[in-house]
Design a protein around this ligand. Structure first.
Ligand SMILES: Cc1ncc(COP(=O)(O)O)c(C=O)c1O
Length: 461
């Protein structure tokens, strides 16, 4: 090492080491480059400018994510995005919960991260089924603190990539190991359901769910369709806050659905993307699932922390399969690993560590429930404000479904033409089925939306 380098101290030594490493890499890659040129030239005509992918046609945008793309292109200062399924504050800003920030701080400061308690400060691989403590706590959150199914080890829970990944892993497990390959999904449902289950290897059919005439549940149609489904068929049920309709069965209706499904040996697959977000209570929103688990029967549950903890981009969720015996659950888990390993190997560590940090600590858990309730309450307030604003304008029609529906979305009943009109004239963006995200509204924007709905309904009825 020369005199000049030494006189600049440790930093310079490190910098010069980095430089020589970089030089070594560059040498190696330029050698490889020159060796490859001849090979590439001789391979395909693609080298001359014609792409071997030239025939690939442009795919349409995802109908939900496409709304945001169109919104982003609109320069209007009054534009409003009600398509996005993510919570926004009164100021229209994305929200990171305080308790999540606190958990992240704890994880960063944790200098004694033990190997036995894997936290995200240790950037190691998780096991195929994810963070063990996260799985245990997620099952408790879903099935209840003193769930007999958990106590008897009848439940296997694996960490997956948010709700979507949990649905996909569950779907593929069923396609491989369950005797019935048909899944019935509600009509309508979240747009990704049919694609996820088809690609998982299941055949997708629908059951009647929503009645446009009442803007409520078509309970009779639902029961008839489930009654005529083949014995053993899988049935996708939204655990709460049905997306896109915001229409949930009452507890009494759930009980009838349970009885029918058990008597016809239909397999429940719950999609729980909004626990706590619908009513503001984690327990109330888990009631339908717990009703099915309490009868001792089997079912699947896909859980997401995207909405209720605001962890959208962390992709943190869980799939639970409730079996009728502990040894079955353990064999099922061994097969879930075979589904997951070639799909994405193992799940990400950071989001699951945040969730586990919050769920394991009583104070943090309570803080979370307060913040969660505040989000749910703000949405409920927006429902009331929009309803009042339409009433004040004398907008034709019965808008009581706005306050009756539950969760993030209102299925307004506006048709395609009315939606297009509102986008063109009022710069309000939503999916073409008339679904609006109540979470994207604020006291300030309600009058603008009410004006737009009023104009759309009176001009294009
Ligand atoms: C009904 C339903 N299921 C599942 C999901 C999946 O969400 P994520 O994969 O972000 O957890 C969503 C998201 O909007 C949803 O509305």
């Amino acid at each position: 090492m020369g005199h000049g380098v030494e006189s600049f101290g440790d930093n310079s030594v490190a910098a010069s080491r980095r430089l020589s490493t970089l030089a070594r890499h560059l040498e190696a890659s330029s050698m490889a480059e020159s060796e490859n040129v001849g090979l590439r030239r001789s391979l395909t005509s693609g080298f001359d400018g014609d792409s071997v992918f030239a025939h690939v046609v442009k795919a349409p945008e995802d109908p939900i994510l496409g709304v945001t793309i169109a919104y982003n292109k609109d320069p209007s200062p009054v534009k409003l995005n009600l398509g996005v399924g993510a919570y926004r504050t009164e100021e229209g800003k994305p929200l990171v919960l305080n308790v999540v920030r606190r958990a992240e701080q704890l994880l960063i400061n944790d200098r004694q991260a033990k190997l036995s308690v894997l936290v995200s400060r240790v950037k190691e691989y998780l096991p195929i089924v994810g963070l063990a403590e996260f799985n245990k706590l997620s099952a408790k959150l879903m099935f209840g603190e003193d769930s007999p199914a958990i106590r008897k080890n009848r439940v296997t829970t694996v960490q997956c990539l948010s709700g979507t990944g949990s649905l996909r892993v569950g779907g593929e497990f069923l396609a491989r190991h369950y005797h019935q390959k048909t899944i019935y999904i509600p009509q309508p449902t979240w747009g990704n359901h049919p694609k996820v289950f088809t690609l998982a290897g299941l055949s997708v059919k629908t059951y009647r769910y929503y009645d446009p005439a009442t803007r409520g549940l078509n309970f009779k149609g639902l029961l008839e369709d489930l009654d005529s489904a083949p014995s053993g068929a899988i049935v996708l049920l939204h655990a709460c806050a049905h997306n896109p309709t915001g229409v949930d069965p009452t507890p009494e209706q759930w009980e009838k659905i349970r009885q029918l499904m058990r008597s016809r040996k239909l397999m429940p697959f719950f999609d729980s993307a909004y626990q706590g977000f619908a009513s503001g209570s984690l327990d109330v929103d888990a009631q339908a699932v717990r009703m099915f688990v309490a009868d001792g029967g089997e079912c699947l549950v896909a859980q997401s922390y995207a909405k209720n903890m605001g962890l959208y981009g962390e992709r943190v969720g869980a799939l639970s399969i409730v079996c009728n015996a502990a040894d079955v659950a353990s064999r099922v888990e061994s097969q879930l690993k075979l589904v997951i390993r070639p799909m994405y190997s193992n799940p990400p560590i950071h989001g699951a560590s945040i969730v586990a940090t919050i769920l394991r600590d009583k104070n943090m858990f309570n803080e979370w429930t307060v913040e969660l309730k505040a989000m749910a309450d703000r949405i409920i307030t927006m429902r009331q404000k929009l309803f009042d604003a339409l009433r004040a304008r004398g907008t034709p029609g019965d808008w009581s479904h706005i306050i009756k529906q539950i969760g993030m979305f209102t299925f307004t009943g506006l048709n395609k033409e009315q939606v297009a009109f509102m986008t063109k004239e009022y710069h309000i963006y939503m999916t073409s089925d008339g679904r609006i995200s109540m979470a994207g509204l604020s006291s300030k924007t309600v009058p603008h939306l009410a004006d737009a709905i009023h104009a759309a309904v009176t001009r294009l009825s």
